[in-house]
Design a protein around this ligand. Structure first.
Ligand code: NAP
Length: 268
């Protein structure tokens, strides 16, 4: 049976490892045309050549800190196949450290990377989606985009901001056949904690236990595709009934209990 993603054009920003890589591999198997974006060309080439249909992958180097390039990069992305059906805004990193010890520059960097770059790219992509009268933004937030916990203030701020912006965008563009899905992953087994920023802005260079034991990325890609197919507004990605899933449940129905619990259990 033909899958709805077959022959669809999917632009993945943040495709060179982890969740983005798994999405590229998954959609390539389904016969989608993939545009792989990130900074590390050698990793994008490795992924392009490791998929079932390498000829269906294009590489478009993009640095989310270089917003002056976004106009040109968007033009290029849409020119490969004269359309883009789905855009995954997924690139980013995390942070570690209390409010007291975290340098203000870390907050600014985190907002630039995880929030403003997405807003700026979205504003470049939107006229193309409007012109072609369809499109779907899939935005990687986090469970930390719904909950604040110990030692994650810079990361959680940047992810919370995504919900405000993309909920507003969804309200504006759904009547134009443009969809917005926010992903709120829990712990997914990737290198994210290795690249997380420490309070002085240096990379952590250490894996976190929860993330190491998180949901395998291939399963995350399947969960994401299933929710995107249904055009869901928001999708939890992770182990069902895991601590992150339970936390989201508590936040929604018993926020008082959740706020007490996060004080007692720092994320590992
Ligand atoms: N893993 C988890 O448990 C978890 C949980 C919740 C949310 N998330 C979110 O999932 C997304 C993907 O993270 P991951 O877990 O898959 O980690 P990852 O393996 O470290 O992947 C991060 C991706 O972001 C890209 N990226 C980072 N800085 C960039 C920049 N300046 N310009 C362009 N691309 C950049 C990286 O590519 P280059 O370095 O090649 O540029 C890489 O492709 C992030 O938004 C993260 O916040 C992850």
């Amino acid at each position: 049976m033909k899958d709805i993603f077959e022959n669809k054009v999917i632009w993945i920003v943040g495709a060179s490892s982890g969740i983005g890589e798994a999405l590229a591999v998954y959609f390539n198997q389904l016969g989608s045309k993939i545009i792989l974006s990130a900074r590390r060309e050698e990793e994008l080439l490795r992924i392009k050549n490791s998929t079932l249909f390498p000829e269906n992958n294009k590489i478009l180097l993009l640095d989310l800190f270089n917003s002056s390039d976004f106009n040109e990069k968007t033009k290029e992305a849409f020119s490969f196949y004269n359309t883009v059906d789905y855009v995954f805004l997924n690139g980013g990193t995390s942070s570690r450290g209390s409010v007291a010890e975290t340098n203000i520059e870390v907050y600014k960097k985190m907002m630039d990377l995880n929030f403003f770059s997405y807003v700026e790219l979205t504003k470049e992509i939107l006229p193309y989606f409007n012109k072609q009268k369809h499109g779907h933004f899939i935005v990687t937030s986090s469970t930390m985009g719904k909950i604040g916990s110990l030692g994650r203030s810079a990361y959680a701020s940047s992810k919370h901001a995504l919900h405000g912006f993309y909920d507003c965008l969804r309200a504006e563009v759904t009547p134009q056949n443009i969809y917005v899905t926010l992903l709120t992953p829990g712990y997914i087994a990737t290198n994210i904690s290795y690249n997380s920023l420490m309070p002085d802005g240096s990379p952590r260079k250490e894996m976190s236990e929860n993330i190491k034991n998180g949901l395998p990325v291939a399963k995350a890609a399947q969960q994401i595709a299933k929710g995107v197919k249904k055009k869901k507004n928001e999708i939890f990605i992770g182990k069902k009934l895991g601590v992150e899933h339970l936390s989201l449940f508590l936040m929604r129905f018993f926020p008082g209990i959740l706020h007490k619990a996060v004080r007692a259990f720092p994320p590992k």
